[in-house]
Ligand binder design. Structure first.
Ligand SMILES: Nc1ncnc2c1ncn2[C@@H]1O[C@H](COP(=O)(O)OP(=O)(O)OP(=O)(O)O)[C@@H](O)[C@H]1O
Ligand SMILES: CC(=O)N[C@H]1[C@@H]2OC[C@@H](O2)[C@@H](O)[C@@H]1O[C@H](C)C(=O)O
Length: 363
C-alpha cells in the first residue's frame, strides 16, 4: 500500500442483531475520508443464524465456535469477493463473547483465511490488543466517528449514536484536529438497544422487530419500570464502558405487561439509557445523529428527542449512510492499523495508552 496517500479500503461488519453482513468501501488515508464507495449486504439464512446463535457466549475451543466461524468466513468470502478495486480490507468478524475484564473478547472468523481467499491484505481481530492492555475493546467506531464529524464540516460538539442490538454513543469535539487529542472524544456503550425489543417482538409476532415502532406507538410506557431499570449498576459506571449482548437480560423483565405496553416500555428504556449516558458528555451537543437500525423506529426516535431534549436526526440528515456506517468504520480502521495509527485510546475504550489494535494478514 502506498505510504501516505488515500486508498480504497473495504470494510465489513456482522453485528449483534445477526441479520447479516454489511460491506462498504471508503477512500481514505486513515485520517480523512475522501469518498464513499459501493456497499453490499448479505443476509444470513435462518440455518446460518442458528449456527452462530448456538455459539453466543462460547469461547474458542468449543465446537459450536468452530461451526459459527465457518459460517462467518464463508458468508464474508462470498460478499467480499463481489468487490473490486480495494487495496486492503478490514474484517470485524462476529462477536460471540465479550468479557473484557474477564475472559477477553472474541470475534469469530479467521482473517488469515480471508486474506488468502481474497488475495488482499486483511486487518482483523481489532479488539484483542486493546483488551490485553486493559481497555474495553469496544466501542471502536469512535475514531471513525471523529473523521465523519470533520467530513461533514461540523463546527460544534455533536454526538453520533449507534442503535443496533446494543447502543453506543460517541461525543465528538470537531474543533480538535485529531481523534487522539485530549478533549476530542468520549465514547461508551449506552445500554441494550434493539436486542430486548427484538426478542419480545419475536415472541409476540414471530418477526424479530417492531417495524417503524408502530406496535410500541400503541402502548403506554411503564415509567416505574424504567426508573428501576436505570438503577442497574452499569449506569453508575463512568465511561468508557462496554456491554455484551445479553448483559441486561434479567433487568428488563416486561413479561407482566400487556404486549403493546411491553414494547413501548422497552423502546423507552433504550432512549432513557441514552439520556442517562448523555449526562456524562463533557459539554452539551449541537446535534444528535443516529445510525444503525434503530433510526428506522419512529417511536424510538421520538422518545430520544423527548428524553434528550434535542432533535434526534438520522445520519442521513448529514448525508451519511446509517446502514453501512459500521462497515465503513472497519474499512477506515484497517487503513489506520496498516499505517501504525491508533484506533482506540483512554476516552474511547478506557485503555491506558493509545492502541492500534488489529492483526494484518497478507495473502
Ligand atoms: N424498519 C425498522 N423499524 C424498526 N426497527 C428496525 C428497522 N430496521 C431495523 N431495525 C432494528 O435495527 C436492528 C438492526 O440494527 P443494526 O443493523 O444497526 O444492528 P447490528 O449492526 O446487528 O448491531 P450492533 O450495532 O449492536 O452490532 C434490527 O434488529 C431492528 O431491531
Ligand atoms: C464487543 C462488540 O462487538 N461490541 C459491539 C456491539 O455492537 C454495538 C456495541 O456493542 C459496540 O460496542 C460494538 O460495535 C461497534 C461497531 C463498535 O465497536 O464501535
Amino acid at each position: 500500500m502506498q505510504k501516505g496517500g488515500a486508498v480504497w479500503a473495504l470494510g465489513t461488519m456482522s453485528g449483534t442483531s445477526l441479520d447479516g453482513v454489511d460491506a462498504a468501501m471508503v477512500l481514505t488515508d486513515g485520517t480523512r475520508i475522501f469518498d464513499f464507495g459501493p456497499t453490499a449486504y448479505r443476509p444470513y439464512s435462518p440455518a446460518e443464524q442458528a449456527t452462530i446463535r448456538a455459539a453466543f457466549g462460547q469461547w474458542p475451543g468449543d465446537p459450536a465456535v468452530a461451526a459459527a466461524a465457518a459460517v462467518v468466513e464463508s458468508a464474508h468470502a462470498e460478499l467480499m469477493s463481489r468487490f473490486t478495486g480495494a487495496e486492503i480490507a478490514g474484517f470485524h468478524g462476529q462477536t460471540l463473547a465479550h468479557d473484557p475484564q474477564g475472559q477477553g473478547t472474541h470475534q469469530a472468523g479467521d482473517g488469515d483465511l480471508l486474506a488468502r481467499t481474497l488475495g488482499l491484505p486483511v486487518v482483523w481481530d481489532f479488539r484483542s490488543a486493546d483488551v490485553a492492555m486493559g481497555g474495553q475493546g469496544a466501542p471502536l467506531a469512535p475514531f471513525y466517528h471523529f473523521a465523519l464529524a470533520r467530513h461533514i464540516g461540523a463546527a460544534l460538539p455533536l454526538a453520533i449514536l449507534n442503535l443496533g442490538g446494543v447502543g453506543n454513543v460517541t461525543w465528538i469535539d470537531p474543533r480538535q484536529t485529531a481523534p487522539e487529542h485530549a478533549g476530542a472524544l468520549l465514547a461508551f456503550d449506552t445500554g441494550p438497544a434493539n436486542a430486548p425489543l427484538n426478542d419480545l417482538m419475536q415472541r409476540l409476532t414471530g418477526t424479530p422487530q417492531d417495524a417503524g415502532g408502530a406496535f410500541a406507538a400503541t402502548g403506554t410506557v411503564d415509567e416505574t419500570l424504567i426508573d428501576r431499570f436505570l438503577t442497574h449498576p452499569y449506569f453508575y459506571r463512568m465511561p468508557p464502558k462496554s456491554l455484551d449482548r445479553n448483559d441486561f437480560h434479567a433487568s428488563l423483565d416486561v413479561t407482566h405487561l400487556a404486549p403493546q405496553d411491553a414494547a413501548a416500555t422497552l423502546t423507552a428504556a433504550i432512549a432513557a439509557s441514552v439520556a442517562r449516558g448523555a449526562e456524562h458528555f463533557p459539554t452539551q451537543v449541537a446535534r444528535l445523529l443516529v445510525t444503525g437500525g434503530g433510526r428506522h423506529n419512529a417511536t424510538l426516535m421520538s422518545q430520544l428527542s423527548t428524553r434528550l431534549r434535542l432533535d434526534a436526526e438520522p445520519v442521513e440528515a448529514a448525508g451519511l449512510d446509517g446502514d453501512m456506517l459500521e462497515a465503513q468504520a472497519f474499512a477506515f480502521l484497517a487503513v489506520r492499523v496498516a499505517r501504525g495509527l491508533p484506533t482506540s485510546g483512554p476516552t474511547t475504550t478506557g485503555v491506558p495508552a493509545l492502541v492500534g489494535g488489529g492483526k494484518v494478514s497478507r495473502p
